[in-house]
Design a protein around this ligand. Structure first.
Ligand SMILES: [Zn+2]
Length: 1088
């Protein structure tokens, strides 16, 4: 800024402070006002830097302290102060030091009935209160009492003043000490009464800012535990719940409804999760794993509020003084909130005894198991479906008939209704004993295979690269911690992808709000709440439960731990943590039966951990209906509606955290209308792909190839901790002949190494891998070229144990195996040790792979993309790499993603990243790059959800699209080779002729690739969600403190002064006129 202006300003400010001449003060204020009303904030900040705030505050104090304060000076001064103060971070402190707080409060008190003066004082107080410390000081000096005098029940008069007063109050209550004072003085009840009054009378919604500010007051008080207690005691939940319910549909009420909902969620009493322990339901005695201590029980006795949401942003000097007033933090669990399923101390003791007596992993679903076992003993004798009050009982005998039992031709087939109702599938599978404990002779006569054979004959199905008989044989070799005996039907029967991908689910407006209010209704209107545990791995279930769904997850990749029937058609579900872990809940997979058709069921998975999810952005879970499968549609489908994901009222128990800040939990809620009555359906996070399914797939792949041309070999890389074989697949072409030249070419082919599923919950990675393997052994000319030129080493499942046992992230030792590549141990991380060993061997032989890629799934982003390694973007290699533009690097690592961007519909270059972060130093990608010198070392991430670009834009992934991605990845490797300098002339010629002959489009792709990279711009992960997903004091939607808003109010007021008053203001204005005169009188009388 130019110097003359600067010095001119300083002269003005100096004169303002020193002058006692009214006229000159007024003219300086006029000049300053004009100066600041144009131009930008920069001008105001400049003035602040030149002591503008102090000058104005000093003038205020001097003017206010005269015998009869001159409001002609004070009012423009207040307006300037508001403007400057909002932009001066230290304004509160300056006002405090210059004693401007006191004089403003005194002026406000004097002018209680003088609207114009009071309004200006309130604006100044609003600015002072934006500093928490100053706000606390105002509280000590009685500002809140003053404001309560100004804020009346509903009235159409003095709206501007009431608004300003409620906003000052809301700002003051950001201070913890003010909130405490408010609680102690019973202001919570007063605020609730005010809320009720304004809410019920303001039917035209003319005073939304006042109503919103009143709710913000409650919101700030509710950050204190004592505030929440006062709120509950004053029936706050009931009051806000009913006022919110009545205004849910009204969009114009949004600013009010959203805050009311935040208060309700904040005050909903916290509870621990309804689980016996925070650790996994299953334990595995893994080598080198020291279970820290016996699993601690979650009991409500140790559940205390930790106050982690009580911290003020700013230091609050009042805190210490007032600490004594604060009641000692007690149990925050509201008596009404005690869920029936939260175990009592006595029941816990009992359970511990029970657990001691029965070994883990032997728990059964008592009722079905008993009946199944007895049936198994009897052989396949017919069952009696209706009379029994067991799992098969149709709870709704008048519901529609399902039509099963008759095949499309109308012919009577197996009594499928009976079969399904009695869960004979489970019986069949139960009799299919695994190796190990049961001797072969235990298989009952006329065993499972016959039954399946029969079913397959009556319901012929063909799923490529799948065979139920091979599956059953493979299943015998699969070892699980919980000793699963029953294959999941979809896994056994197979899955055919649907014909077209599903569109992203459009989010229903306000859905989260509706669901949250339904949750709150449990507390307030519990008449329809059942709250009964209907399934629990921890608590083997003894009783029968009519009129409810039957749950099960004791099958490969299943991981449901507990189901609680909340209302007739609503269930809370808890998924198991990873084994030997207390976290990583994300994957889910379970079975339900006993459903009605055409009835919406609501499911809530209540122990999620991540703060956001693609379920908020169009993703649906998947479902497989057994009846549909038997009707010839064996398909995992995207399903569910009214889906959203939000923070709930469960908190990690103090016993688990040992007093440190506690973890929040999130709810995934979705509704499902099942296609058939009395069906058996499986619901999963994503399309399941189990270890047994992989082993079946590999066998069938091997059988499918012509051994004369395709070299396909499966072997065990090693055994896992759980005793499963980790498969290693080699694919290449057989040598063209036995000639020495051909044999030499065979031996010298470069390697490509591809791995997947180190993270067991990332089943999408397996579908990509399935597509890649099927392509590699196919007769596609591109595949043939790839085989002739490379040796593929594929480890399709780096973490079989995790997959088998339904883990999301870890091995049986509770470790993320993709953080173990730096120094894996043969005993502790055998698959990583041997995978790294293989790569080391290739490296030491001078034959490191051309490309290394590890397939993963991504839960927060859409599309498919890779992470690669750039030396320039290596963030932790201090001097040499970081910020050294001089370092020239070979950017060949970018070529493959560029090719894929052009080639694969699901792939996008714009999400790729080549950053190497220290936190990733022990991942496969980084270790293979650094230690093995593989420049093209990647992690390929596929969304669980779908695409927001390219040909699949707006669609969720089906397995077909994921498999296609795998094939395209392989093709990408071919194109990469064709583009590279090392590519032989001969290969190019052959490729050109093949590709021309086969597919012109591909050739075109090739040309497009070579014409350069993608110009797409980096996109954000997701646009902001329509609704606020999180809540609490740290929520971002809280814009109450914005400068511009108060500015706007003042400007609006000023412009109204300039014009003649609008008509509707007339009456009010007259009224205020009278008051003003009266106020002036009062003011004069009260002056010192
Ligand atoms: Zn992963």
């Amino acid at each position: 800024m130019a110097e003359p202006e600067g010095s001119g300003l300083q002269v003005l400010l100096h004169t303002l402070q020193s002058s006692s001449d009214r006229a000159s003060i007024l003219s300086i204020l006029q000049v300053l006002g004009d100066l600041l009303s144009v131009g930008t904030d920069r001008r105001i900040r400049y003035m602040i830097s030149k002591g503008g705030s102090e000058a104005l505050l000093q003038t205020l104090v001097d003017t206010a302290r005269t015998a009869s304060p001159d409001y002609g000076v004070l009012l423009p001064l207040f307006r300037l102060l508001a403007k400057v103060g909002l932009r001066d971070k230290k304004f509160g402190q300056k006002a405090l030091e210059l004693e401007a707080l006191d004089v403003t409060l005194i002026l406000a008190r004097k002018n209680l009935s003088h609207s114009l003066n009071l309004l200006h004082c309130l604006w100044a107080l609003r600015v002072f209160a934006s500093s928490v410390t100053t706000g606390a000081m105002l509280g000590v000096n009685g500002a809140m009492e003053l404001l309560f005098q100004v804020i009346p029940p509903y009235t159409r008069r003095r709206a501007r003043i009431i608004r300003a007063a409620t906003e000052v109050l809301a700002a003051l209550l950001k201070s913890k000490s003010n909130s405490r004072r408010a609680v102690n003085r019973g202001y919570v009840a007063s605020l609730l009464r005010l809320h009720q009054d304004w809410h019920s009378h303001d039917t035209a919604n003319s005073y939304l800012p006042i109503r919103r500010a009143l709710l913000l007051c409650l919101k700030h008080i509710a950050t204190l535990q004592s505030g929440r207690e006062a709120f509950l005691a004053a029936q706050g939940m009931e009051i806000l719940f009913s006022s919110t319910q009545s205004s849910l549909e009204d969009r114009s009420l949004e600013p009010v409804t959203s805050v009311a909902l935040q208060v309700l969620r904040q005050c909903y009493p916290r509870s621990p999760l309804p689980l016996v322990t925070a650790s996994s339901a299953y334990a595995f005695p893994a080598p080198g794993h020291h279970p820290s201590e016996p699993p601690r029980l979650l009991a409500e006795e140790d559940f205390e509020d930790d106050g982690d949401e009580e911290e003020d942003r700013d230091s609050d000097s009042e805190d210490a003084k007032e600490e004594a007033l604060e009641p000692t933090p007690g149990d925050d669990v509201h008596p009404d909130a005690n869920h029936l399923h939260i175990p009592t101390a006595a029941s816990l003791k009992q359970r511990r005894l029970d657990e001691d007596q029965s070994s883990r992993g032997q728990e059964r679903e008592a009722v079905p198991e008993t009946s199944l076992l007895s049936k198994a003993k009897m052989g396949r004798s017919p069952v009696h479906p209706v009379s029994k009050n067991g799992p098969g009982t149709n709870p709704h005998p008048h519901a529609q008939p399902n039509g099963l039992g008759v095949d499309p031709s109308g012919k009577e087939v197996l009594d499928l209704e009976t079969l399904l109702q009695e869960d004979a599938w489970d019986m069949d599978m139960t009799s299919c004993a695994r190796t190990g404990a049961s001797p072969p002779s235990s298989t009952p006569p006329g065993g499972t295979a016959d039954g399946i054979h029969e079913l397959l004959q009556t319901h012929p199905q063909h799923v490529p690269f799948h065979d139920p008989f091979v599956y059953l044989a493979k299943a015998r070799g699969t070892k699980s911690v919980a000793d699963f005996k029953t294959p999941a039907f979809p896994d056994l029967w197979g899955h055919c992808p649907s014909h077209s991908p599903e569109p992203l689910l459009e989010r229903k407006r306000g859905i989260q709000r509706v669901k949250v209010l339904e949750d709150i209704r449990r507390l307030l209107q519990p008449s329809d709440v059942i709250d009964k545990v209907v399934f629990s791995v921890d608590e083997p279930w003894q009783g029968t439960a009519p009129n409810c769904l039957w749950f099960s997850s004791k099958f490969e990749s299943g991981n449901l731990r507990k189901a609680i029937q909340v209302r007739e058609f609503e269930y809370d579900l808890l998924i198991n943590t990873d084994i030997n872990c207390t976290q990583y809940q994300q994957w889910f997979n379970f079975k339900v039966r006993g459903m009605r058709a055409a009835t919406p069921y609501r499911f809530n998975i209540i122990n999620y951990e991540k703060p956001n999810s693609q379920f908020n952005y169009g993703m649906q879970p998947t479902m497989y209906s057994v009846k549909e499968a038997l009707r010839g549609r064996p398909t995992w489908k995207r399903t569910g509606y009214e889906i959203c994901y939000y923070k709930n009222h469960y908190r990690e128990s103090m016993a688990v955290t040992g007093g440190t800040s506690r973890k929040c939990y999130y709810t995934l809620t979705f509704s499902v209308t099942f296609p058939h009555h009395g069906d058996v359906c499986y619901l999963a996070y994503h399309y399941p792909y189990t270890y047994t399914a992989l082993m079946t797939h590999l066998d069938l792949l091997e059988k499918s190839v012509d051994p004369k041309t395709v070299y396909f070999r499966q072997e065990a890389l090693c055994r896992t901790l759980g005793g499963n074989a980790c498969p290693l697949v080699t694919v290449t072409a057989m040598p063209a002949s036995a000639s020495p030249a051909h044999l030499e070419q065979f031996r010298q082919r470069p390697y490509q190494v591809v791995t997947a599923r180190v993270h067991p919950g990332e089943s999408n990675a397996s579908w990509v891998m399935k597509g890649a393997l099927e392509f590699l052994v196919s007769s596609d000319p591109g595949a043939r070229l790839l085989r002739e030129n490379f040796i593929f080493k594929v480890i399709p499942m780096l973490n079989p144990d995790g997959v088998v046992n339904g883990n999301h992230r870890c091995s049986l030792r509770g470790e993320d195996l993709n953080r173990q590549w730096l120094a894996p141990s043969a005993q502790l991380q055998p698959t990583i040790y041997h995978a790294k060993g293989l790569l080391y061997y290739l490296h030491s032989a001078g034959r490191s792979p051309v490309v290394f890629c590890d397939f993963h799934g991504h839960s927060q982003k859409k599309n498919v993309f890779v992470y690669g390694c750039s030396i320039k973007e290596t963030l932790w290699q201090a001097e040499s790499a970081v910020g050294a533009p001089a370092v020239s690097e070979d950017v060949s690592y970018r070529t493959l993603p560029r090719i894929l961007d052009q080639l694969a519909p699901a792939f996008t270059m714009s999400s790729c990243s080549f950053l190497v972060e220290k936190s990733r130093a022990s991942t496969a990608r980084v270790v293979v790059w650094r230690e093995m010198g593989v420049a093209r070392s990647y992690t390929m991430e596929s969304s669980y959800c779908g695409c927001n670009q390219g040909p699949y834009q707006g669609l969720q992934f089906g397995t077909r699209e994921l498999e296609e991605m795998g094939a395209m990845f392989c093709l990408g490797l071919l194109l990469l080779e064709l583009k590279s300098a090392s590519c032989s002339r001969q290969l190019l010629t052959r490729a050109a002729s093949l590709l021309d002959a086969q597919d012109g489009a591909l050739d075109q792709q090739l040309r497009r690739c070579s014409s350069g990279g993608s110009g797409t711009v980096e996109l954000d992960d997701e646009p902001p969600c329509l609704e606020e997903i999180d809540y609490g004091p740290d929520s971002s939607s809280d814009r109450e403190g914005s400068c511009s808003e108060l500015d706007r109010q003042i400007r609006e007021w000023a412009s109204l002064q300039d014009q003649d008053e609008g008509e509707e203001e007339e009456e009010e204005q007259e009224q205020e006129q009278e008051e003003e005169e009266e106020g002036l009188e009062l003011g004069r009388r009260d002056s010192p």
